[in-house]
Design a protein around this ligand. Structure first.
Ligand SMILES: NC(=O)c1ccc[n+]([C@@H]2O[C@H](COP(=O)([O-])OP(=O)(O)OC[C@H]3O[C@@H](n4cnc5c(N)ncnc54)[C@H](OP(=O)(O)O)[C@@H]3O)[C@@H](O)[C@H]2O)c1
Length: 344
């Protein structure tokens, strides 16, 4: 079979970093990506060529295309951090050769996943169980492993209970289900109430709606009753800061996302001195390389088993082709009912 030398891709219009922090969501995707015929690099040993089946649009992708994520953009390269696809060819090496023909979840380590084909490192490709849906395979790495890692932080802090904002997100729902199964108590914060019942079924111990007029009182009561000492934060707004300052001594604010464009004011600095409180970050890109290969394999097997059993599921709001995505992606994301999947 002749291998393609170019592929259709949503390619980055600019390289490097943005000069200043950007919003979580761009005004126009067309300012940042364009549909292009992207040359595919020659495969090196340890690399594979993948025919992409499906790739999600994650919040990290939206920061990345704007140049405000933790790694610089490469102009002309495809965007997209993760996806599912079938391995067409190997650049040589035992691990890469063994993947030929396999359906894999993968990270776009050489070229991005928002494309018809991608080149990736075989070491970061995960062969999938046959009973796993493509939707779950496409979103198998970033959010599931982050859920595992964040709940590990909660355990390490010696806290049974924790606060989780943006709890209705795909990652939030994974965290809620896993926390319940591990005996951890989640106080789930969402900005609108329509998801409350669903999140209780998903595993939340309590759901707090930040737009409710009695939110501060209800949050105060829940904090006194459950004594959460970890705040898992993907929002980073003033509500988050106020919750943190209402938490007990020793509380840790773990910032792992920035969905709000607001800058919170830290009004009670004395709590860092007198109550031993801490603010810290979490980034999967640092956590994953630090885990041993054996640990990573065991975690991936657990993650696949959770999706296959139905304990976890990837909610899909819509599927868009690459040409549809440039104008259709932001309106599809606004629906807020699950992942937008790109299907080349
Ligand atoms: N640090 C890491 O390594 C790492 C890894 C994976 C994910 N993450 C982060 O985890 C978060 C969730 O990811 P995901 O893929 O699960 O996202 P997602 O499914 O796209 O959901 C995004 C969520 O953000 C909420 N949101 C958006 N703007 C908000 C605002 N201004 N105030 C409050 N909530 C807001 C949405 O709430 P509504 O439902 O009300 O619209 C929605 O629940 C993201 O911030 C992502 O960057 C970080």
């Amino acid at each position: 079979m002749a291998l393609p030398s170019t592929t259709k891709a949503l390619a980055l219009r600019e390289g490097g970093y943005a000069p200043a922090p950007t919003a979580a969501v761009p005004d126009r995707m067309a300012d940042h990506i364009e549909l292009a015929d992207m040359p595919l690099p020659a495969l090196k040993p340890g690399q594979v060529l993948i025919e992409v089946i499906m790739a999600p649009v994650n919040p990290s992708d939206l920061f990345y295309v704007q140049g405000s994520y933790g790694q610089p953009r490469t102009q002309g390269n495809a965007a997209g951090f993760e996806g599912v696809g079938r391995v067409l060819a190997s650049g040589g090496g035992k691990m890469a050769d063994a993947l030929i023909g396999a359906r894999v979840a993968f990270l776009g380590t050489v070229t991005g996943t928002w494309a018809a084909h991608a080149v990736s490192d075989a070491a970061l490709c995960i062969p999938l169980r046959d009973d796993l849906r493509d939707e779950d395979g496409a979103a198998l790495i970033v959010n599931p492993l982050t859920a595992v890692a964040l709940l590990e932080r909660v355990r390490e802090a010696g806290s049974e209970a924790f606060i989780l904002n943006a709890a209705g997100s795909q990652l939030g729902r994974l965290i809620l289900g896993l926390a319940r199964d591990q005996g951890q108590k989640a106080l789930a914060v969402i900005r609108r109430g329509h998801d409350a019942e669903e999140l209780l079924s998903a595993g939340a111990t309590e759901v707090l709606v930040s737009s409710d007029s009695d939110f501060a009182t209800r949050a105060g009561t829940a904090i006194r009753s459950h004594k959460p000492r970890v705040l898992l934060d993907a929002v980073g707004d003033q509500i988050t800061a106020d919750l943190f300052f209402a938490m007990p001594s020793g509380a840790r604010w773990v910032s792992y996302g920035k969905m709000s464009d607001e800058s919170p004011r830290l009004g009670q600095m004395g709590q860092f001195i007198f109550m031993d409180k801490h603010i810290e970050g979490f980034w999967l890109s640092r956590w994953l390389p630090a885990a041993s290969p054996e640990r990573r394999s065991a975690l991936i097997a657990d993650v696949q088993a959770r999706f296959a059993s139905g304990a976890w599921a990837t909610r899909v709001a819509s599927r868009l082709s690459l040409p549809e995505a440039i104008d259709g992606m932001l309106p599809a994301l606004e629906q807020g009912t699950g992942k937008v999947m790109l299907v080349p």
